[in-house]
Design a protein. Structure first.
Length: 496
């Protein structure tokens, strides 16, 4: 058993982590090729024409945009723009990296809270695996992660939410020694308020899950000290989310939408649950292999851990695990419906980039189901040869955990990286062209047009198009117009 454990932790887990690092860091690397497109120009103009805070207050007060009630995302743009000329690739890549950090930290804190006693490589593996599956199965990866205007609405709240979740779990764990201090409580409140201000879907999801968690803690934690340990940080988080939600729904921007629409709670809930059901069915049909892998990896991982560190589960613990297994699909459906409800109220079925949260919820559900089945199956042994059976399972785990992400990494490097790099290089040449001609005194600039990327609008032939107007303001000229240029003449045009 000592040799088995040594091989597993020293070789299999290490190589598996390296395989996951290779693919997830390529996803991070793709962020370095992000450039301004569509709304990015408009938002950059807003935060550079005034201070970021003033820009947020102006947009929130005027309420001219439907999304003006989202106060955190424009503030995020302001912070990003303050980083200088290369802020876009730096911000996008940093957010992708922070997502992996937040997930790994969350896995570590949950593992410590549950007294799992596993090594850091396991925490890193779980965090990277979740991050890998979230990137791999993103309904629209470019729009969700690599387009800043959308990223700050649909990806940033999850990134900061994972960091806050890990921090809260750490406070819960540490509160066994000392109670939650007022500065820490206020930090949780402000952080939750900030996260709630990015967009409505994560906020409505938090408003659903946090009360449920507090009810479960109250019902199943008999000790007053234990209740306080869990409830205090959850309550501060919930208070921050509620305040953020109220700030958004009472904004002038949403008041205009409310006048145009009548709210029918029954129809809203029914449609949200129906759309959630359709999304789950579609995911099962279109993502069968990633789903299978996301279940098998934690199942085999937990089973192997339990073989090396066996401990008997009581009948009561097994019953609780079975209850959780049956509850997870319904809980996932509930949270997806909660996240869909703002889109249902505002426009209808959520657009692709707005489904990233729902896909992440399903990934978490599948991975958790796999882990729980791994716990329940710990006593399944190979009667003919127990040791040989354990080695066979470890080999299967290694093949899945190493080969699958490496295959994805190779495909990404061969297909996505060249495409993203080429577009970024052409964009840089075009920007140099615009700046060069603007500095020469030209006010009406004609540039070669690029095709839209992943359904995101590029600069138009019409100089009065809203994207062109924002880009002209951004570069300090009167107008910008995009014209068609043959590919063979593109570099010659840009080097004029």
């Amino acid at each position: 058993m000592q040799k088995f454990e040594t091989v597993f932790f020293r070789y299999v887990m290490t190589i598996s982590v390296l395989a996951l690092l290779s693919v997830t860091l390529i996803y991070v690397y793709l962020g370095t090729f992000s450039r301004y497109i569509a709304d990015d120009y408009c938002e950059a103009v807003r935060v550079t024409s005034a201070s970021p805070v003033q820009a947020v207050l102006d947009r929130y007060s005027v309420g001219a945009w439907r999304a003006a009630n989202r106060y955190s995302n424009l503030l995020f743009v302001g912070v990003s723009e303050s980083l200088g000329g290369n802020n876009m690739p730096f911000a996008i890549a940093s957010m992708s990296l922070l997502w992996l950090v937040g997930l790994t930290w969350s896995a570590r804190e949950v593992g410590k809270l549950l007294k799992m006693n596993w090594v850091f490589e396991t925490d890193l593996f779980i965090g990277l695996a979740f991050g890998f599956f979230s990137f791999l199965q993103a309904p629209s990866l470019f729009q969700t992660v690599y387009w800043r205007s959308s990223m700050m609405t649909h990806f940033a709240p999850l990134v900061f939410g994972s960091l806050l979740f890990a921090f809260v779990m750490r406070q819960v764990r540490r509160s066994e020694d000392k109670p939650l201090s007022l500065p820490v409580s206020l930090f949780i409140l402000v952080a939750a308020f900030f996260i709630a201000g990015f967009s409505e879907p994560p906020t409505t999801t938090l408003l659903t899950i946090l009360p449920l968690l507090m009810i479960v803690v109250w019902a199943f934690t008999k000790s007053p000290v234990g209740r306080k340990k869990f409830l205090a940080p959850l309550a501060w988080t919930f208070a921050g989310v509620v305040l953020g939600f109220l700030a958004m729904i009472f904004s002038p921007a949403l008041a205009g939408v409310a006048r145009e629409k009548t709210l029918n709670i029954i129809d809203l809930l029914a449609t949200s649950f129906y759309y959630g059901y359709l999304f789950i069915i579609d995911t099962l049909k279109t993502q069968p292999l990633p789903i299978l892998v996301s279940v098998l990896i934690p199942l085999l991982l937990i089973w192997l851990h339990r073989q090396m560190k066996p401990s008997e589960l009581s009948q009561g613990q097994k019953r609780v695990i079975w209850v959780i297994i049956f509850a997870i699909p319904f809980l996932a459906w509930l949270l997806i419906a909660a996240g869909f409800s703002p889109s249902v109220y505002g426009q209808g079925f959520p657009v692709e980039r707005a489904r990233f949260l729902a896909r992440s919820i399903l990934i978490a559900a599948f991975m958790l189901e796999g882990a729980l089945f791994g716990l329940l199956s710990e006593h399944i042994q190979f009667k003919s040869n127990k040791v040989l059976g354990q080695w066979v399972v470890m080999v299967v785990f290694a093949l899945i955990a190493i080969v699958y992400p490496l295959r994805a990494a190779v495909n990404l490097y061969k297909s996505e990286v060249p495409e993203y790099r080429e577009r970024a290089e052409l964009w840089d040449l075009r920007e140099d062209y615009i700046i060069r001609h603007a500095e020469a005194g030209e006010k009406d600039i004609v540039i070669p047009g690029f095709s839209g990327v992943y359904h995101v609008k590029e600069l138009d032939n019409n100089p009065d198009h809203w994207v062109n107007l924002c880009a002209a303001q951004y570069y300090g000229v009167d107008s910008i117009r995009a014209v068609s240029v043959p590919d063979e003449n593109l570099l010659e045009f840009l080097n004029e």
